[in-house]
Design a protein. Sequence first.
Lengths: 328, 373, 173
Amino acid sequence: METLHSILPELIRIVICAIGGAVIVFGNALVMGYAERKLAGHIMLRPGPMEVGWHGILQLVVDGIKLMGKQLVVPKQADKPLYMLAPILAFAPVFAPLLLIPFSDKLQGFDIDVGMLVILAFASINVLAILIGGWSSNNKYSLFGAFRSVAQNVAYEIPMLISLLAVVFMTNTFSLREIAAAQSPVWFVLLQPLAFLIYIVAMVAETNRAPFDLPEAESELTAGFHTEYSGMSFSLFVLGEYANMFIVCSVATVFFLGGSSGIPLPYFEYTGALWFLLKVYALMFFLVWIRWTYPRTRFDQLMNFCWKYLIPFSLVNLLITVVVVKLI
Amino acid sequence: MNVEPLEDDRHHRFVLNMGPQHPSTHGVLRVLLELEGEYAMHLHPVLGYGHRCHEKIAEHKPAKSFMPNTARMDYLGALIYNQGYAQLLEKAAGIEVPQRAEYIRVITAELNRIQSHLLWYGAYLLDLGAFTPIMFAFDDREHILDILEDVTGSRLTYCYHRVGGVSKDIDDKFVSRTRAFIERLRSRYTMYEDLVNGNVILQKRLIDVGELTPQICARYGVTGPLLRGTGVAYDIRRAEPYSVYPEFDFEIPTETKGDCMASFMVRYREIEQSLRIIEQALDKLPEGPSMAAKVPKKLKLPAGDYNSSVEAPRGELSYYLVADGSDVPYRLKVRTPSYSNLSTVPETCSGMLLSDVVSAMGSLDLVIPEIDR
Amino acid sequence: MDVKNVVKQWKTIAASVEAVDFAVTGYDYDLSVAGAKVPELANFMLKSGFYLVDLMAVHVTPSIEVVYQFAHVETRCRVMIRAFVDANNEIPTISDIYQGANWHERETRDFHGVVFVGHPNLEPLILAEEDVDLKPLLKDEKSLKDVAAIRRQQPEPKPEAAKPEAVKSQEQS
């Protein structure tokens, strides 16, 4: 099977991938920013943004312009180089994983053998950005948020990885395209329901979304690690958050929901991306939905849940998978 | 300000200055937290950012014209503060209030209490990180504000109860709108219960957090829903009946545990009891004047001291008036519930997680202007 | 709580115990006590199950009067306890007995300058540090009155002074 990288010259391909990545990151932020506010509004029995454009559809564009026009405030006592570095570090690494995601059979930037590991490696750079941002702001609330974030993300990466490993054992590959292709008769969500559940919980925690939004817990830590950030430096954090949501949901789609498989459409090797995006956005809708429904957990409960339940269960699941795979 | 000197072994602690501007202190309250990791080892509330010296003001103007100030102390229970103060002056000057006025006072005061509880409900859950319930609660609360606005003329800081009665009689529109509101709020209970009260995360956050006992309550003078959460059925409306409360059939909700969940449930169940009182009062509403026939312009207060206690949404509110025979109080002391309730925080909250401090302080239902009165 | 027994005990500690008409004053008993005996009385109040409602000061001529208000959660029994501060504006603290008095005493120190002896921390609570000696609620020369001017005149003796107890026994049932 040939993908984009085998039919186009190297340089053109890189340019196309970079543009595609940027389109996805910014397009996704616009869609999700609007969808989140609209959904939150309807969950709260209010209309949400209504003023700019039809049903407020241009609200996010206006907000983006406003944020770009705002002054970047750097606190006097902040560590300025690190303070400016943190938002970039939160935002920049999200491009690499996007290039590896197989949106459809032929829509994929690169297909490399260790795709899953690369995605997880890039996703964990986000923790570093939050730590640097919290530390360099020289604000106690930011520091608290940063500490919480590091403890939380490091802990939840373990069950996330182990639950994905169960799928890897079944398919014998780290390549995302091959994993997606391996689910042609049955999606892995049916064969690995426990791993899917664990992955979903870990995914919410990894993206610092409610009810696990402890790093920013606004009623305790005002705004957590981004308390001092304003304007574009703040919005880079938000862009990074939405892009991370997109990536973890894409990984869930690839590993458990059959990637781009679905009812065949014409030119399915390209239009399969529609099914892929549908699944991704269904998961994202789920993330938004629980955010606006549940109260926040407490930090010790969050960590206990990970170390006492998620990790043991994911390990048991992995062992069972290994034994079953070996027997068959 | 009033910061205790740090002892040497406490130097390694991380001092977090929560407030005076902080999302979960609900006003200009400042709490200094000495943290060890996530644990708050020592809490130090700092008061006085919004103190307006109402008691000094009271000594400098005729007693009757202090009424608007009472609403500024507790902006959420303004009508109940009005009621307590009106009763105090009526007691002192020996003025009889018409029955109809007493009923109107009870109806509006109970509406005010529901309004306060609804706001607390939303704001408390916002403290716990649930964003949606506050919108539902405000939606319901808005109806009460509309009803009260029609009859009192203001939405928050009312000056409706006057010495001798109420400033404006209620009409049929008020009665029908109030009845419609009662129906509406009752139909919303299932929504609140499904969304919030039964939620596992909420219960894990509230159960066993910030436990109070009747002994602690007695030592600190804690009253209101917090005291009732420890199993003591103490409500001034029942214990020292005032106005026409003895004529109504209502329960005093209690829980036994004394933790945040107990006071949460007590407040939630009080909403229904207030609705019952309003319903009965509307049924029994007598005809007649809504203002006493002759209230002297200059209210002479005979020498002596007078006390008037009412059940405010947060606990016991007492006005203590020392009069010297003129129409200006010699001394007026307002005992506000939040002041005593907050003073437990250094004892009950030390050693708690930061998140629990937020939920324990939220369950006190603090209104800061009432503390800094 | 047995009110009669409690009243008997009060009489051994307090200088005077007076039952007053609840309908007129809003409280049931009026106690006067020597400043030094306040902690003893507070101890007894705590043992009998009273809670501290309020603590305040009234500036009158012989010396500042400190008024403690107690109430009981089971029976209707609201008590005012009055004590005068001594020549140095001092009175013993009850914050070790009723911890809730801690803030009330600091507030009274802020506003009236009453020094509560034995209080763990009499730093200003409401006032700023530089305003320690402001004492905003003290009366000036012109408005300061004698204690007799604020006492209730007794036009006719009230025969039903003991009524509150009878009423509340019905309410409790």
